[in-house]
Design a protein around this ligand. Structure first.
Ligand code: NAI
Ligand code: MG
Length: 383
């Protein structure tokens, strides 16, 4: 029997390419695991009307953790058009299977490290005034994104049902909206709980404390989103008091897009609700070379699913052109979570070495090598 059982979910598009790269490296490192193939993604939506079949949910329940490539998601109207003919009239709604997985398995924390590795030609060099000497701006950030609440819960309406409109009219600001016609209105909600805010802030502060990081920054917008943003800000401030050695500061989502561009090296740990975390993590990924370098972990109390931040990039699907490094850094995060610390260190060192040497590079780094070429080069150093 293998030591671990890994739910193997390549999903769609380049998810397949980068997972093949992951397997190559896992095998070279003689990782003691069995891999349980699981159906997930667009193909299963089109064929079965369900992008996350029940058999996949069941299979996941008997594994140690999951490794996931990417999925394709489309807006509801487009999704229905691609359903098998016999399913078209069934009133099925598309939902993103990875968002659903996060909710079903209560994977409340999305951890997204963004770190620049020396020698990466895509490393951020800052603005000319802020970095007159040129050279890479060293970035080493970890984003903690709340993963199960906020505007990703899927509580949305179009048109707005009369009963909901009536309830909303308890707020006098809503009255004027009726003149626009209820059929012309759409409503998306952002629902957050005190528990959800506490949990994500706790994860961020604990991580900072364990890893000797000195600053935790909350990314919010409490001046406009007064209730949800206000709740998160209060929780953050209260919690900061129990971490006296850590500088806890706050930034609005719009402001941090500017500050991150000017002074990314100043930030260390960032914490945010679901959508702001999604936004800021792509921004940070851009500073360290783009989506080809951005790993992530969906962490619950007992289960976790690891996935690169990027999506299925349909235009590159099956071409083995994209960078596998995001996926391989994701495997490194899986090793960390499993307590396979020596393997994690070995894999990260191999990735850093291949980046530093610059001999094998995918298109995004200016090279012509394939996804699997890069994986093989990393595997050779990690083995
Ligand atoms: P995307 O992340 O798939 O790709 C955007 C662009 O980033 C690509 O065209 C490519 O230029 C670059 N890129 C992405 N991964 C790369 C890699 N490993 N190496 C080099 N370059 C890379 O985002 P996009 O185009 O917005 O979405 C495509 C599909 O993916 C959509 O259906 C979307 O819903 C889905 N998606 C799924 C996610 C997931 O599975 N968690 C996350 C984001 C998007
Ligand atoms: Mg995103």
């Amino acid at each position: 029997m293998s030591k671990y059982s890994i739910a193997w979910m390549p999903g769609d598009g380049i998810g397949q390419d980068v997972m093949e790269a992951a397997r190559l490296v896992l095998d070279a490192m003689r990782f003691d695991a069995e891999y349980v193939p699981c159906d997930i993604g667009w193909e299963f939506w089109c064929r079965e009307g369900n992008a996350l079949p029940d058999r996949t949910v069941k299979a996941l329940q008997s594994t140690t953790c999951g490794l996931f490539g990417a999925i394709t998601s489309k807006p509801q109207d487009d999704a229905v058009k691609e359903l098998a003919p016999e399913l078209k009239s069934k009133g099925l709604s598309y939902f993103s299977p990875i968002v659903k997985l996060r909710q079903m398995f209560n994977l409340h924390t999305n951890m997204r490290p963004c770190k620049s590795y020396p020698g990466n030609p895509l490393n951020y060099r800052g603005t000319a005034l802020g970095n007159p000497g040129g050279g890479d701006v060293p970035v080493d950030q970890v984003i903690f994104r709340e993963n199960t609440e906020g505007s990703y819960v899927g509580v949305e309406f179009r048109p707005i049902p009369e009963a909901i409109y009536t309830a909303l009219c308890a707020n006098p600001k809503m009255k004027a909206w009726k003149e626009k016609g209820l059929e012309n209105l759409a409503l998306s909600t952002r629902i957050m709980s005190k528990q959800g805010c506490e949990s994500i802030c706790r994860q961020a502060f604990e991580f900072a404390k364990r890893n000797g990081r000195k600053r935790v920054t909350l990314v919010e917008k409490p001046n406009v989103l007064r209730e949800t943003g206000g709740l998160m800000t209060r929780v953050f401030r209260d919690m900061a008091e129990s971490y006296p050695g850590i500088w806890a500061d706050e930034a609005n989502i719009d402001a941090i897009c500017m500050w991150m561009f000017k002074n990314p090296q100043d930030y260390s740990v960032l914490v945010a609700e679901n959508m702001f975390g999604d936004i800021v993590s792509d921004l940070c990924a851009g500073l360290v070379g783009g989506l080809g370098f951005a790993p992530s972990a969906n962490l619950g109390d007992k289960y976790a699913v690891f996935e690169p931040t990027h999506g299925s990039a349909p235009k590159y699907a099956g071409q083995y052109k994209v960078n596998p490094i995001a996926m391989l850094l994701t495997v490194k995060m899986m090793f960390d979570w499993l307590g396979e610390n020596e393997r994690a260190t070995r894999l990260e060192a191999a990735i850093a070495r291949v980046i530093r040497e610059g001999k094998v590079r995918t298109y995004d780094m200016g090279g012509k090598d394939t996804t699997l070429d890069v994986a093989k080069a990393i595997a050779a150093y990690a083995a």
